[in-house]
Design a protein around this ligand. Structure first.
Ligand code: ADP
Length: 321
C-alpha cells in the first residue's frame, strides 16, 4: 500500500516556501535545543493543505521527539486530555488540528496544562467534592486552525509563537512538484510542471493530488513523459480549468455575477444561494479567488472583478472593478 505521507518533507531544509515561518521556527528550535528546554507552544493558521501538519511533524523530527496527532473534536472530556498528555514523554509534541473546535471546558483546562503543566480535577460532588491536581510531562502544544478568528484571545495569548501560512507561488509549487515527481516515479516536461503547478490553487496538498492523478494517467497510458498537451488533457478530464478553478469556484463566481449582479454579497446569502457550507466557501474557495484577483472582499461583502468575469467567460463590465 502507498504510504500516504510519502510526499511529506521530513526536515525544515526540505520544506519549500513559507520563508518567514521557517526563519522563526529555525531560531526557536535552535534556542530550545541549546537550552535543552521544551519548545514553546506554537499556533499555525492558514488555508487547508498549506503545511501545518507537515511543519508539526518536521518540528518533532528536528527536536528528535515524538508527536501525537489528534483532531480537536476527539478530545471530548477532561479525562481524554489528561490521558493524551500523560502518554507523552517530556518535550514531546501534541498536535491538535482544528483547534478552534475544542469545547469551552477543554479550552479552559488546557490553559493550566499549557502554563503550569498541571490540570486541576474535582472528584465527587456536594460535601464529598475533593480537589486535586495532576502533574503532566512538559510538552509542546502545536495547534492548527483555518479560523484564527474563532480562537479566544486568552487562548491565543498562551501560544509563544503564532505563524500564518500563506498560499504558495507557482514557482514554489513547481519546486515541490520537481521533488515529488521523483518520489512518484513520473517524468513531466517543464511546461507540464508549470501547468500543473498553476492549477494547484496555491496549495501543496492539491498539487500532490494532481500529481498522483498524472501518475495514474501515465501508468494507464504507458506515457514515459507527460508534456504540456497531456497535462492539459488530464486537467480537463478532472474538471479543472486553465486558471485552476474547480466547479465550485466557478459556481461561486457565476452566482455572484448572475444572482447578486456582481455583488457585494454577504457570506450568508452566498451560502444559501450555493447550498454550500459557509466555512468551505470562506476558507477553501475564497482565499484562492481573492489571490487570483477574481473577487474582492469589501466591508459590505464580496464583489466579482473584471478578471473574475473573464474567468467565467463573461464580458467586461465597466461598473465593476
Ligand atoms: P495542513 O495541515 O495545512 O492542512 P498538510 O501539512 O497536511 O496541510 O499538507 C498537505 C500535503 O501537502 C502534505 O502531504 C504535504 O506533504 C504537502 N506539503 C505541504 N506543505 C509543503 C511544503 N512546503 N513542501 C512540500 N510539501 C508540502
Amino acid at each position: 500500500m502507498e504510504n500516504r505521507s510519502a510526499l511529506r518533507p521530513l526536515y525544515l531544509k526540505d520544506f519549500t516556501g513559507q520563508e518567514k515561518v521557517k526563519k522563526i521556527l529555525e531560531i526557536a528550535l535552535s534556542s530550545a535545543k541549546k537550552r535543552q528546554a521544551t519548545l514553546d507552544h506554537i499556533l499555525f493558521y492558514g488555508p487547508p493543505g498549506t503545511g501545518k501538519t507537515t511543519l508539526a511533524t518536521i518540528i518533532a523530527n528536528e527536536m528528535e521527539k515524538n508527536i501525537k496527532i489528534v483532531s480537536a473534536p476527539m478530545i471530548e472530556k477532561k479525562g481524554d486530555l489528561v490521558a493524551l498528555i500523560n502518554s507523552l514523554q517530556e518535550g514531546d509534541i501534541l498536535f491538535v488540528d482544528e483547534i478552534h473546535r475544542l469545547s469551552k471546558q477543554i479550552e479552559e483546562t488546557i490553559y493550566s496544562a499549557m502554563e503550569d503543566f498541571r490540570i486541576d480535577i474535582v472528584s465527587g460532588g456536594g460535601l464529598r467534592a475533593r480537589n486535586f491536581s495532576i502533574n503532566l510531562p512538559k510538552f509542546t502544544l502545536i495547534g492548527a486552525t483555518t479560523r484564527l478568528n474563532l480562537l479566544s484571545s486568552p487562548f491565543r495569548s498562551r501560544f509563544g509563537i503564532i505563524c500564518r501560512l500563506e498560499l504558495y507561488s507557482v514557482e514554489e509549487l513547481i519546486e515541490i512538484a520537481r521533488k515529488n515527481t521523483i518520489k512518484l516515479n513520473i517524468k513531466l516536461t517543464e511546461e507540464a510542471l508549470f501547468e500543473i503547478a498553476k492549477c494547484s490553487r496555491g496549495t501543496p496538498r492539491i498539487l500532490n493530488q494532481l500529481l498522483k492523478r498524472v501518475r495514474d494517467f501515465a501508468v494507464v497510458h504507458n506515457w514515459e513523459v507527460v508534456d504540456r498537451e497531456k497535462s492539459l488533457h488530464i486537467l480537463k478530464e478532472l474538471g479543472i480549468d486553465e486558471n485552476g478553478l474547480d466547479s465550485m469556484d466557478r459556481k461561486i463566481l457565476q452566482v455572484i455575477y448572475e444572482v447578486f449582479k456582481g455583488g457585494p454579497v454577504g457570506l450568508n446569502a452566498l451560502s444559501l444561494a450555493l447550498n454550500e457550507d459557509k466555512d468551505t466557501i470562506e476558507n477553501v474557495h475564497e482565499p484562492f479567488l481573492v489571490k487570483m484577483g477574481f473577487i474582492i472582499r469589501t466591508s459590505r461583502g464580496r464583489k466579482i472583478t473584471n478578471l473574475g468575469l473573464k474567468a467565467i467567460g463573461k464580458s467586461l463590465n465597466s461598473e465593476l472593478f
